[in-house]
Design a protein around this ligand. Sequence first.
Ligand code: NAD
Length: 244
Amino acid sequence: MGRLDNKVAIVTGGASGIGERMVELFSQEGAIVIAADINEAALERVRQKENVYGMKLNVSSEEDWQALAKEVNNHFGKIDILVNNAGISSEKQYQEINLDDWGKMLSINGFGPFAGMKHVAPYMAEQKKGSIVNISSYTAQIGQGFNHYSASKGAVRAISKAAATTFGHQGVRVNTLFPGIIETPMTKSLETSKDLLGRLVQATPLQRLGQPEDIANAALFLASDESSFITGAELVIDGGFSAQ
Ligand SMILES: NC(=O)c1ccc[n+]([C@@H]2O[C@H](COP(=O)([O-])OP(=O)(O)OC[C@H]3O[C@@H](n4cnc5c(N)ncnc54)[C@H](O)[C@@H]3O)[C@@H](O)[C@H]2O)c1
């Protein structure tokens, strides 16, 4: 028996890195998984997996969210799980960041999860049950120099708490994960990555970088009924880095 048998799950950013691992794990555990992503080419690869449907979504588009939530609910009859995982990062320094940079970052990383909850939670409320997992970052909790990125992830932290209280009485749970540095295409693309990643391993109590699996396993627990009395919770997954 799978831990997500008969569940219908949407994972944004499901065509790469952490999201792709979640898509695999959730489907292995019995869920029908909709990998929702802006990257069509990467979606083609994910569509090859069993019980996985790839759907195009720009998380910063309210129209896209409205259409996707409606289509998934019409087609599969319900939505049980939403993981707001899609995101972008930036290494721009404080003095280089302008209003356009700020707007783009906050619209994808902040408005994206907000709009996802806004359009998916009502379908969950119809069955008085649902689990939403939002992906923030350890940079929302400690200063690591990722300025507007940290702001966007701080927004995720705050709206998750607010949503847990807003949707709790409708049976919808909202929890948040705070990954440390995880080896994915996102971190590999950072220009400073080699130097930064090496220093981070040294500075991490568990002496390694995180893997997509580390985040996917936690998301699986929060998505499943095993966590049915947990909402508004925050879990840092960073090998102990921010505990210091
Ligand atoms: N990798 C890390 O070290 C790390 C650390 C903390 C938090 N996170 C967060 O985890 C999440 C996943 O990161 P990852 O490392 O797997 O990155 P990734 O770049 O490998 O994957 C991100 C996915 O999001 C998709 N995406 C980007 N913009 C989108 C949009 N507007 N609409 C829909 N999809 C969009 C991309 O196409 C991609 O498939 C992100 O929210 C990221 O901020 C990552």
